[in-house]
Design a protein around this ligand. Structure first.
Ligand SMILES: NC(=O)c1ccc[n+]([C@@H]2O[C@H](COP(=O)([O-])OP(=O)(O)OC[C@H]3O[C@@H](n4cnc5c(N)ncnc54)[C@H](OP(=O)(O)O)[C@@H]3O)[C@@H](O)[C@H]2O)c1
Length: 406
């Protein structure tokens, strides 16, 4: 009987292979891909060859509002009978940044938002729409072990912090560094496993939930935010390691994910599937107290409505502010301003966050945002003394330190 599987992260990498495998191996599946607005329609069209049933819903998983809208739309389509019964959710999308300072429109750290909170919103909003037997799969990572054996020292191990700290930028030491970005990644994957354990306890009988670890998979887009040398190594050199037991090829990782989604790899609820078999995740990952703490925090954070943009934070005012900055750094930026991403209160500072990037090759990136409180407009560019910027592509975003979260 036809049924729906909702999937994130199907546009490329491991997920793309898995989506093709799922469709090719089960004619009963209606695959609903959740993808960025710019990619969804084309992705669905590419996957829907040979009579396969695929539809799409747009979402930026870095925005909780966007995720809520997508999940609500899925509920509506199910309720209207526009989709067959929901039997699966594959939360495969994931991201890794080169810093721990990337902030999304909710004012939350972006790695934690995409890798943990977005899945939580889908699980919670779809929970009562699943038709048993159903299965939820969350793609995690063996970087959560944090030891040399599991990632050859490439990614620092997870850090133990309260979920409310992890959800914010700057949660780790030297937050502007790649090491901090990778710590945010391994920590988010440990958090995802905690939630899988908690879901297994809390979800109704008949809805199984499994954490899936693909192993190290070079050649996917996961390193897309890394420096050019690392990107080159991941794309051109590391794929050769897929011939060794140390790494998994993209095709094998996608096939293993499809195996879990289709139930070919059988796994009890709450379990961790390491590539093709049920295994034990790290000792640290079994911690009912932290699991419950994370659940509570995820509930609190994701059910808080994103405040509406405030009318008086106009693009014009922001542009004005930006141009004052530009005249001091003597660069020729092309600003992109997102208005009122998180609504400020009257008493809040307005910050300009400006990742400055060398426009010629994008080789020099200053990942640490420059925070410029309203009352302290800068008089010198921090890099001006040593690094002239004849051509600088600057993106600026008006954000708020709004403590709408209380
Ligand atoms: N590669 C590895 O070594 C490895 C190891 C362990 C675990 N994993 C996990 O495996 C999963 C797949 O990763 P991959 O290696 O295949 O990386 P990838 O090629 O970069 O694929 C990531 C997927 O996530 C989607 N995504 C990321 N941020 C998104 C956002 N804000 N909104 C919507 N979609 C978003 C991407 O969509 P776009 O194409 O639109 O960006 C893409 O489909 C991730 O959860 C990753 O953490 C990977």
């Amino acid at each position: 009987m036809k049924h729906t599987t909702v999937m994130t992260g199907a546009s490329r990498g491991i997920g793309r292979v898995a989506a093709e495998q799922i469709l090719c191996r089960s004619s009963d599946v209606h695959l609903l891909v959740v993808a960025r607005a710019s990619r969804g329609a084309q992705l669905a069209a590419e996957l829907a060859t040979g009579g396969r049933t695929v539809s799409h819903i747009p979402a930026d998983l870095g925005s909780l509002n966007s995720v809520r809208q997508a999940a609500t739309e899925i509920r509506d389509r199910l309720d209207r009978g526009a989709l067959p019964p929901l039997r699966g959710f594959v939360g495969n999308a994931g991201i890794q940044y080169t810093n721990a300072l990337t902030e999304g429109p909710d004012g939350l750290e972006a790695t934690f938002t995409v890798n943990v909170l977005a899945n939580h919103v889908f699980v919670r909003l779809l929970q009562d729409r699943f038709a048993a037997p159903a299965r939820i799969i969350i793609t995690v990572s063996d970087t959560h072990f944090g030891d040399f054996k599991h990632n050859m020292g490439m990614v620092p191990g997870p850090a133990s912090k309260s979920p409310d700290v992890l959800a914010r930028t700057g949660a780790f030491p030297k937050p502007g560094t790649t090491a901090a970005g990778r710590t945010a990644y391994s920590t988010s994957k440990l958090a995802a496993i905690y939630l899988v354990h908690e879901y297994a306890r809390r979800l109704p009988t008949g809805i199984g939930v499994v954490a899936y670890n693909p192993g190290f998979v070079p050649g996917s887009g996961l390193a897309r935010n890394a420096d050019p040398v690392s990107r080159f190594a991941m794309r051109r050199i590391m794929p050769m390691t897929a011939l060794t037991p140390f790494a998994t090829s993209r095709n094998a990782a996608g096939r293993h994910l499809a195996d879990v989604a289709l139930g070919t790899t059988q796994a009890p609820t709450g379990s961790y599937v390491d590539r093709s078999r049920v295994a034990r995740s790290s000792d640290e990952s079994y911690d009912p107290q932290r699991e419950n703490e994370l659940w509570e925090a995820a509930e609190r954070i994701t059910t808080r409505p994103t405040p509406a943009p405030r009318a008086d934070l106009s693009v014009a005012a922001a542009a004005d502010h930006l141009s004052a900055y530009e005249s001091t750094c003597r660069c020729a930026p092309t600003p992109r301003i997102e208005e009122g991403a998180a609504a400020p209160e009257a008493s809040d500072e307005m910050d300009l966050r400006m990742p400055v990037m060398d426009g010629t090759e994008a080789t020099r990136q200053y990942p640490t945002p420059l925070t410029i409180p309203r009352q302290h407009r800068p008089t010198t560019h921090p890099h001006q003394a040593t690094t002239p910027h004849p051509r600088v592509a600057t993106t600026a975003r008006v954000v708020s330190r709004a403590r709408a979260d209380g």
